[in-house]
Design a protein around this ligand. Structure first.
Ligand SMILES: *Cc1c(COP(=O)(O)O)cnc(C)c1O
Length: 424
């Protein structure tokens, strides 16, 4: 399957019907599974046999979608979760315990900032933020012997800074830890972080992967490339798990050690599993991901160029604009186009931003991005409301910043709506 091009994988990867089976991925709406012998079930519980035990841990519908996403990212395995937040939580908890820490770029999603700086802190896990003003030496100095991973977003939501994946993968690896990348905005259509050295990829599938604002979900994808045994830093993967009669994940599951542990231990215990029917919808929407991303990218570039030329606009931030400080990084990591999210500041500050949003007719105000429909949001008063001024600055968000998620309507109609709302 993996030899196909990405467009073909969107359609064909994952579910492969055998003779006489349904052509379309069936919804296995069953919490439970039937066995011929209790001995077989015992082997399942000991992880000696492969199969489904209970839908909290795995389900055939969900598994087919996991295989599709793993194939799209070029990974060895994936685990879908009930939300993007759950995916980030699991990706970190899987290899980090109380008393340990991890380094994260500061330009990340507001919900992730809260998860890292508030909730994980209460659990005894410390996040150390690498802010944009830091030199590489200062970033290096954030790591110590208790650091277990580095985290960043390929294209930060909503700062839209582009992560230099290769550079940060090298930094993480020089400290013996993996780079975990949230690839929600580009999706594997625009860039595949594993090809640049990232080790684990997470997504909020709620965004472009679903793309129709219907289903909340998340996914953790394992490249299978990180050597967990090298420095003795990950005993949870390299020494016996007593909750599974002494299974050693790296010995029993090889390249699948990380993602297997995430499922059989964390998903078992935390239970943030997605529902089969929701993942059926996600799968259907994934079939058009390649078409949608192309249109999002094309439309957004047209809108960004229009905004840049408008005298009602103070500044525009879109990584595919030549004026963007991240243009070179964007071309390197996303040669076929950037995601459809633009941020800009109308002239007149916070007040002008609010007036602009209230005047839009086609674009709607929603707490969402990456929808087929054009939508708009004012982060400083909504998604990033809980952040302090310093955190706002570190996340690259000013009071006038408007975040627009450009849909897949006709670009001329989107631009006409923006034009009238700006009073041009
Ligand atoms: C939305 C988002 C999340 C959180 O995902 P949910 O599905 O809303 O829980 C995490 N990371 C990024 C980059 C996001 O855009």
């Amino acid at each position: 399957m993996s030899d196909y091009k990405i467009e073909t994988k969107c359609i064909q990867s994952g579910y492969q019907p055998k003779n006489g089976e349904p052509r379309v991925l069936p919804i296995y709406q069953s919490t439970t599974y039937k066995y011929d012998s209790s001995e077989f079930l015992g082997d399942l519980f000991d992880l000696k046999a492969a199969g489904h035990m209970y839908t909290r841990i795995s389900n055939p519908t969900v598994e087919h979608v996991e295989n599709k996403i793993a194939d799209l990212e070029g990974g060895v395995g994936a685990m879908l979760t009930s939300s993007g937040q759950a995916a980030n939580l699991m990706a970190i908890l899987n290899i980090t315990s109380a008393g340990q820490n991890f380094v994260s770029l500061s330009a990340i999603y507001g919900g992730t900032v809260n998860l890292f700086a508030v909730t994980l802190k209460k659990m005894g896990i410390e996040v150390r933020f690498a802010t944009p003003d830091m030199t590489d030496e200062e970033v290096d100095a954030l790591f110590d012997e208790n650091t277990r991973l580095m985290f960043g977003e390929t294209v930060a939501n909503p700062a839209l800074t582009v992560l230099d994946i290769e550079k940060y993968a090298n930094i993480a690896h020089s400290h013996g830890v993996p780079l975990v990348v949230d690839n929600t905005f580009p999706t594997p259509i625009l860039t595949r972080p594993f090809e640049f050295g990232a080790d684990i990829v997470v997504h909020s599938t709620t965004k472009y992967m679903d793309g129709h604002a219907t289903v909340v979900g998340g996914v953790v994808v394992d490249s299978g490339n990180f050597d967990w045994t090298k420095d003795g830093k990950y005993p949870e993967l390299t020494t016996p798990d007593e909750s599974y009669h002494g299974v050693v994940y790296t010995e029993n599951f090889g390249k699948l050690a990380y993602i297997t542990k995430a499922r059989v231990q964390l998903m078992r215990d935390l239970g943030s599993s997605p529902s089969p029917i929701a993942m059926f919808l996600l799968n259907m929407n994934l079939e058009t991901l390649h078409l949608r991303m192309k249109q999002h990218s094309e439309n957004a570039l047209k809108v960004a160029k229009f905004l840049e030329a408008s005298d009602k606009v103070e500044w525009v931030n879109y990584p595919m604009l030549e004026s963007s400080p991240d243009y070179e990084l964007c071309k390197k990591y996303m040669p076929n186009g950037a995601p459809g999210v633009i941020s800009f500041g109308p002239k007149g500050g916070r007040e002008a931003a609010v007036k602009f949003m209230d005047s839009l007719k086609l674009a709607s105000i929603v707490v969402h991005v990456a929808d087929a429909r054009t939508c708009v949001l004012h982060p400083a008063s909504t998604t990033h409301r809980q952040l302090t001024d310093k955190q706002l600055v570190d996340a690259g968000i000013g009071p006038e910043l408007v975040r627009m998620s450009i849909g897949i309507e006709n670009a001329d109609d989107i631009i006409a709506d923006i034009k009238q709302a700006l009073g041009e």
